[in-house]
Design a protein around this ligand. Structure first.
Ligand code: RFL
Ligand code: PHB
Length: 393
């Protein structure tokens, strides 16, 4: 088998892997990024859309934020729509003038790929890591399967940025890492539609028939979600049914009905929480969804993934340049503090906005929680801080 040597092997070209490769490249560290999917697939995978204040600043400071600044939509508030009544949460007024940026994850990914290609650093698509070995040696390695056969890549470190179904955490001997999870009794049916957003700000909606979220990607693209039961499949959701349900849940007596248009992308995602701890085994480190999943209601997944590598990059540089391992040794604990905060916030948002069809006790608690956000400035301020900037607090 052909063998290649680098300093840091990165598994996965999602936001975490690509930003890590970029940050290490800025510091003169050699990396190879291996991605199982094609370039086209990765650039068009529709997912997250909300970038926190501190993460947006970090992308800009790292030299990969200029298109985000030019094309991203800066939002100073969000709306909570409850049983047809709108309540604005004035994020910026509540939290030191700070705002979120609405900019698609696939655009972040495109910007990072453009930067990497411009630097000529190795980035292999259609290349699947099938095994990781030597975790506890100084030469951990991966085996990669491509259409040309198998290659071994040996590094000083291997970083698993391979998402929730990746090989990296599964490659660790059983019992070495803890895995803590929770499944919520909901999924999100998400669509991307060629329709101008009927609203300037995101709408999180709690309606007796279920949760809905109105988001957007540009002045001509809307991104909408419906909370559905985990048993639902796309086959039972015609375009007409999706629009009808969105219209019913999002209706108010004031706002015009939502703009409709061709649905160009759709998917159903189960809602779950996962934390893998510690985020390290020997010289394998985990970052992003490979180590933690949050339910999307708090809009934290991509932000956490980027925050992980913001911490991991200088730790790897200190080890490789100065043989100083202290930052690597504290990486997992420090990341996990942030991850658990994000789990708490995402759980809180989820359990406030998703009515249960037959649990009136739960529904009563949810309504009381929402009333606190609407009636208490202190509660709204805490929500604003977490929504806008949790990963940098
Ligand atoms: P990714 O993006 O999943 O990237 C992992 C990459 O690894 C590749 N891979 C492999 N490559 C080589 N060999 C192997 N054996 C491999 N196994 C896997 C995969 O193909 C993939 O390209 O993980 P990363 O980088 O950690 O990024 C995490 C984010 O993608 C994720 O947290 C967010 O999308 C979550 N999320 C949201 N996050 C936010 O911050 N704000 C949001 O508004 C938000 N909304 C969402 C979301 C996720 C959603 N879904 C579909 C899960 C909305 C939705 C509906
Ligand atoms: C999105 O625009 O895709 C989005 C926005 C807010 C969320 C989740 C997803 O909480």
């Amino acid at each position: 088998m052909k063998s290649v040597r680098t300093q840091v092997v990165i598994i996965g070209a999602g936001p975490a892997g690509l930003l890590l490769g970029h940050l290490l490249g800025l510091n003169g560290v050699d990396t190879v990024i291996v991605e199982t999917r094609s370039l086209d697939y990765v650039q068009h995978r529709v997912r997250a859309g909300v970038i926190e204040y501190g993460i947006a600043n970090f992308l800009e400071e790292s030299g990969v934020g200029s298109r985000m600044r030019a094309e991203g939509l800066v939002h100073h508030g969000i709306e909570f729509r409850l049983d047809g009544v709108s309540h604005r949460i004035a994020l910026s007024e509540l939290y030191e003038g700070r705002a979120i940026t609405v900019y698609g994850q696939q655009e972040v990914v495109k910007d990072l790929i453009t930067a990497r290609v411009a630097n000529g650093a190795p980035l292999h698509f259609d290349a699947t890591v099938t095994s990781v070995s030597g975790h506890t040696t100084t030469t951990p390695s991966v085996v990669v399967t491509t259409s040309d056969g198998e290659i071994e890549i040996i590094g000083d470190y291997v970083i698993g940025c391979d998402g929730s179904h990746g090989v990296s955490s599964a490659s660790v001997p059983s019992g070495a890492l803890g895995r803590y999870d929770r499944v919520y009794p909901f999924s999100w049916l998400g669509i991307l539609a060629e329709a101008p957003p009927a609203t300037e700000e995101l709408i999180y909606c709690r309606h007796p028939q279920g949760f809905a979220l109105y988001s957007m990607r540009s002045p001509v693209l809307s991104r909408l979600y419906l909370g559905v039961s985990p048993e639902e499949t796309l086959e039972s959701w015609s375009d007409e049914r999706i629009w009808e349900e969105l219209t019913t849940r999002l209706a108010t007596d004031r706002a015009a009905s939502i703009a409709q248009g061709p649905i160009i992308e759709r998917g159903i995602t189960p809602m779950r929480s996962v934390v893998v701890a510690p985020m390290r085994y020997g010289r394998l480190f985990l970052a992003g969804d490979a180590a933690h999943i949050v339910p999307p209601t708090g809009a934290k997944g991509m932000n956490l993934a980027l925050a992980d590598v913001r911490l991991l990059a200088p730790a790897l540089v200190a080890s490789l340049h100065d043989h100083d391992e202290r930052l690597l040794d504290s990486y997992s604990d420090e990341s996990l503090r942030r991850v658990w905060r994000a789990e708490e916030f995402s759980t809180y948002m989820t359990q406030m906005l998703h009515p249960h069809p037959s649990d009136e006790f739960e529904n009563g608690v949810q309504s009381a929680r929402l009333r606190q956000v609407i009636d208490s400035e202190d509660t709204a301020r805490a929500l604003a801080r977490n929504y806008v900037n949790l990963s940098s607090l």
